[in-house]
Design a protein around this ligand. Structure first.
Ligand code: SF4
Length: 325
């Protein structure tokens, strides 16, 4: 007897009409009728997990230099950085509009008057149509959320929280300075203020088994999250983790591309289907990266995940146990 597999039948469809996972550009199309590009901004913030307000030494994996494009330096104004970024993209895409991405360090860790000035400076730049603000879950106040919520009535505002892992022991080990409960509460509060809310998660942290990494999808699916960025653990020069690796290399197990792709697929299968997966990987500049050196661009990894999902007749949320309201 032939067993008919509905999902195998989907294999005959072009990849872009199959549902594999919810991607970021589909999400942006819900809010904008034009092309939108994020532009990173370094507004010169500091980090409370370095200066002693929350902790010293920072998160063990963090070297902020690794995610700062060349045009972003804290010495140039927000407006100047955005104008530089626009110039870079507008040659190829003159119609493009932009989201100012406050990325470096902790972008809500300042007096509210200063935050307002910097966010509004970004929004005053021509063709900037919204804000994306990366921060820690223990650095948002209801005053700030109230203000952002007001802004969000007229413009796009997304808060991205560094969650990194749902495991408290691991959060302590990497010196994050907050618990998972703190992250969950910040996400719920931000959603209650009607703001878009996202999270970052690192897969491959030392001491976490693959099954535990995948189980985090169940936990995150229960939160009112709209977007999620996954990152492979990267060992970056100049970090506390790089020193730990020198002393205890056997504590680390850097995943191969294939192992990481399998992990991502297992994770996606259990993730609520409407959570937007903005990234699967990050790319530290080669001169700063110690391991793993996959030599793969982000878009190449996306293509690999799409191909594997299709080959395995699977998709985001296939094993999710919840129910959409
Ligand atoms: S990851 Fe963020 S919170 Fe952690 S040390 Fe770096 S800037 Fe600070």
């Amino acid at each position: 007897m032939d067993i008919y597999c509905y999902f195998c039948a989907l294999l005959t469809l072009p990849i872009d009409v199959m549902f594999l996972y919810t991607d970021f550009s589909t999400f942006l199309k819900k809010y904008f009728e034009f092309k939108v590009q994020k532009l990173s901004v370094n507004a010169g913030f500091s980090c409370p997990n370095r200066n002693g307000y929350i902790g010293y030494g920072g998160c063990t994996y963090c070297n902020n230099q690794s995610f700062n494009p060349d045009y972003c330096t804290g010495n140039r104004s927000v407006k100047e950085q955005l104008e530089d970024g626009k110039m870079f993209f507008s040659r190829k895409y003159p119609e493009m509009k932009y989201l100012a991405y406050f990325q470096a360090y902790t972008n809500t860790y300042e007096k509210i008057e200063i935050l307002k000035r910097l966010y509004e400076e970004a929004l005053a730049v021509e063709n900037v149509v919204g804000l994306v603000i990366g921060t820690r879950p223990d650095c948002v106040s209801e005053d700030l959320l109230g203000y952002l919520s007001e802004l969000g009535r007229h413009t796009f505002v997304l808060l991205e929280y560094g969650v990194e892992t749902t495991d408290d022991a691991l959060l302590e080990r990497i010196n994050r300075g907050h618990t998972f409960d703190c992250a969950a509460k910040a996400i719920c509060l931000t959603a209650r203020y009607g703001l878009h809310v996202g999270a970052h998660l690192i897969l491959g942290l030392p001491g976490q088994a693959a099954e535990q990494m995948v189980e985090q999808a169940d936990i995150l699916s229960d939160l009112p999250l709209e977007t999620l960025k996954l990152h492979q653990l990267q060992l970056v020069r100049g970090t506390v983790m790089a020193r730990e690796y020198e002393r205890y290399p056997s504590d680390f197990n850097f995943l191969s591309v294939d192992e990481y792709a399998d992990l991502v697929i297992g994770f996606l299968e259990r993730l609520r289907p409407d959570i937007v997966v903005e990234r699967f990987t990050s790319q530290t500049p080669k001169e700063l990266l110690i391991a793993p050196d996959w030599g793969l661009k982000n878009y190449e990894f996306v293509a690999l995940i799409q191909r594997r999902l299709k080959e395995r007749c699977t998709y985001q949320g296939r094993l999710w146990k919840g129910r959409m309201d």
